[in-house]
Design a protein around this ligand. Structure first.
Ligand code: ADP
Ligand code: MG
Length: 697
């Protein structure tokens, strides 16, 4: 019998115990077919294996006892406090059992009955001899009946779909489920000492022991991570084999002149990463590379060099930034260096596409290859944009630019362009393996020389006056400062929480504290044009102090700014604080980051104090993920990959690495056709045509 005679893709409506109504409720939980139900794994277990003899009960522990009932009494203390008391006796001792507010039980309970009772043990009221159990659950047993003991699954459930429903229905499904065929190749199972798939799927729901649970979990987590990695490897293999990429020539004069016109030497890491990029580009397979580097580590220069390399080979390159401000900033920097060398750089962002005339002009120049390099926002991958010879695509801080978007872009051209993804978000290695499983990873760890460490301090808001005095000194010395707040304006509920808004702080600072300086307010609700003007003025030192929300978070580069003050710092994640801090310390002056907070929470305090001592973004990210959990990184919306059902990105790091290696090895060798068919069927049962879609787009 194989897995597919019993079709796991059958609509959940046809599962025994489920009808149209329950099916609708299950659909809300993202359960649509038998397979989804079967992989609705328990979130915990109740261990109800042992009956404790009454003379062995321990106060404050939860226990299960079995005995005979006597002395049933009923008391109504108040209308909302009704108590049933009774004595329960086994061969070793007797205890008191108590039910609160369940007077309907009066009719059900009778003296002499045999009962299994579960509940917490305490001393009976007013007695240091008699123990008592407050009943959480009980079963009436026949005189000869043995209690039904075991480890019971606890499922994610809802008001309409309760534990009892899931337990009963799951048991029914497992009883009718034919023996599941192995889905992983034999040698992988042997090498990783995995228990059989069929056993795992049964044990995860109804284990006999703790050991069962851990073995089943291990097997299923391996399965899950293996399948995702396998799916990603297929994509990678496909792009490498079928789409022939561009084979760039070795570096020529143009790249050389750009290197020479840079006002600095590349750092060792920049050189190494550029080397890796060069190799990818000169190879016939399309480049698929991720560059990770902390804020200010100099990724942009590497991006520029790669773009110039593609231009030198007669192709066009695009550079996609997450915001308008950043696109414009990159554009200006690129112009300065590249225009004198005859490279034609264009901009495609909202300020260009807003007017029909400018937009069509830009589209035309892109289509006719009158622009060699185009810098822009998401506008770059919109419908109307057509490239003549797209050779290289670089994305900066585009976490939403996942596998799917990459594929979409590839559709815009017959050639398969090289792709370079850049991020300052220090994604831990385990996450890059999963989220960017189809990319090769390069890291820039070293910062350009001469950077002074940014001194970071956490201050209570009571110390604001001293903080502002300090800021004043910096401004008076010709430097600039940022003050960042979590909110633009306050809602009613936030007024109660005494959170100051950017608007309020701006009022106070611009009209009082710093009225002799030029202050400005920057936030996401401003029109793009207004934002651009403010940033332009700040860059040119026409604005001394900028009050802002987190719109300044990524990439803004104003080397003269030396102070970053962050209000309500506890409201930000460490990664965000680190990004914000990276806005200063970009010039030759010593820089400061002042975190203002009046949090009383110990965890929040501990997190902020980490900022004082740790300046490495990767370390911070690991700590932050530990504290906040991976949810934000691992939402499907973020990267287009499926959510994990059983594996845990932290706990299962070892499994992830093993599964990835196994998947990689499997894809690279010649395989037996049956094994491939089986794996592909499993991939499609688990993820529909998600991976196929990604490949086929
Ligand atoms: P990232 O994009 O990684 O945040 P940038 O490329 O914007 O960093 O570089 C940050 C700053 O450091 C820029 O002002 C850039 O000109 C400068 N920079 C980059 N590489 C070097 C280097 N090798 N030596 C000195 N300064 C550099
Ligand atoms: Mg950058």
């Amino acid at each position: 019998m194989n897995n597919y005679a019993f079709d796991l893709n059958t609509d959940i409506m046809y599962l025994k115990g489920v009808g149209p109504r329950r099916a609708a409720a299950l659909n809300h939980m993202n359960i649509f077919n038998f397979y989804d139900f079967l992989t609705h794994y328990p979130r915990a277990y109740e261990d109800e294996r042992e009956v404790t003899p009454m003379n062995k009960l321990v106060v404050d522990e939860t226990a299960i006892v079995v005995g005979h009932l006597s002395n049933i009494t009923f008391r109504e203390v108040r209308s909302n406090l009704k108590i049933i008391n009774a004595i329960l006796e086994d061969e070793t001792d007797y205890i008191q059992v108590t039910w609160f507010n369940q007077d309907y039980l009066k009719k059900k309970l009778s003296n002499g009955m045999k009962l299994l009772v579960k509940g917490k043990v305490s001393e009976a009221f007013g007695s240091n001899r008699l123990l008592s159990i407050t009943v959480q659950a009980f079963d009436i047993l026949g005189e000869e009946e043995h209690p039904n003991l075991g480890i019971f699954p606890v499922y994610p459930s809802t008001a309409t779909l309760n534990q009892k429903f899931f337990r009963t229905t799951m048991r029914g499904l497992l009883e009718r489920l034919p023996k599941m065929k192995e889905i992983l190749p034999k040698n992988i199972i042997a090498e990783h000492e995995l228990i059989p798939y069929d056993e795992a799927i049964r044990s995860i729901h109804f284990p006999q022991s703790r050991q069962d649970i851990s073995e089943a979990r291990h097997r299923l987590a391996f399965n899950e991570l293996f399948l995702i990695q396998y799916g990603l490897m297929l994509i990678k293999k496909e792009t490498q084999e079928e789409e022939l990429g561009i084979t760039h020539k070795p570096n020529g004069k143009l790249v050389q002149s750009v290197l020479e016109s840079l006002p600095f030497e590349l750092t060792g890491d920049q050189q190494n990463v550029f080397e890796e990029v060069i190799q990818d580009m000169e190879d016939s397979a399309p480049m698929r590379r991720l560059i990770q580097g902390d804020v200010g580590s100099g990724k942009t220069v590497v991006a520029m060099l790669a773009l110039v390399k593609t231009v030198e080979n007669g192709y066009q390159g695009i550079f996609m930034a997450p915001t308008e401000i950043l696109a414009v900033q990159h554009y200006e920097k690129f112009l300065k260096i590249l225009e004198p060398l005859g490279v034609r750089v264009g901009l495609l962002s909202a300020q260009v596409t807003r007017t029909k005339k400018r937009r069509e002009e830009a589209y035309e120049k892109i289509a006719n290859q009158e622009f060699d390099i185009v810098i822009g926002t998401h506008a770059l991958i919109e419908e109307g944009v057509q490239f003549k010879r797209l050779g290289l695509v670089i994305t900066d801080e585009q976490h939403r630019f996942g596998v799917v978007q990459r594929a979409k872009l590839e559709r815009k051209t017959d050639l398969s362009p090289d792709i370079l993804v850049m991020t300052a978000t220090p994604i831990p290695r385990t996450m890059t393996l999963t989220v960017y499983g189809d990319l090769d990873v390069s890291q820039i760890k070293e910062l350009p020389p001469g950077r002074k460490p940014i001194q970071t301090v956490v201050r209570h808001k009571a110390g604001r006056k001293q903080i502002y005095n300090f800021v004043r000194k910096e401004l008076a010395a010709g430097r600039q400062a940022y003050v960042v707040c979590p909110l633009i304006e306050r809602s009613e509920s936030e007024k109660l929480q005494q959170v100051s808004s950017a608007e309020e702080i701006f009022e106070e600072l611009s009209k009082k504290t710093f009225k002799d300086f030029n202050c400005a307010l920057l936030h996401g609700k401003l029109k793009p044009k207004e934002k651009d003007e403010i940033m332009e003025d700040f860059r040119n030192n026409r604005i001394n102090l900028l009050v802002s929300t987190t719109v300044v978070e990524v990439g803004v580069d104003v080397p003269n700014a030396s102070v970053m003050v962050i209000e309500h710092a506890e409201r930000f994640g460490l990664a965000t604080l680190h990004q914000l801090r990276g806005r200063v310390g970009r010039g030759s002056e010593k820089s400061y980051c002042i975190l203002i907070s009046d949090t009383k929470s110990d965890i929040s305090k501990a997190r902020l104090e980490i900022m004082e001592t740790v300046s490495d973004g990767f370390k911070l990210a690991e700590e932050d993920l530990q504290l906040r959990g991976p949810g934000q990184f691992f939402g499907e919306a973020q990267h287009g990959l499926p959510d994990l059902k059983i594996a845990d990105i932290f706990r299962d790091v070892d499994i992830l690495i093993k599964a990835r290696n196994a998947a990689e090895a499997f894809v690279q060798k010649e395989n037996n056709a049956d094994e491939i068919t089986l794996l592909n069927e499993s991939l499609s049962t688990a993820y529909g045509n998600k991976f196929k879609q990604i490949v086929d787009i």
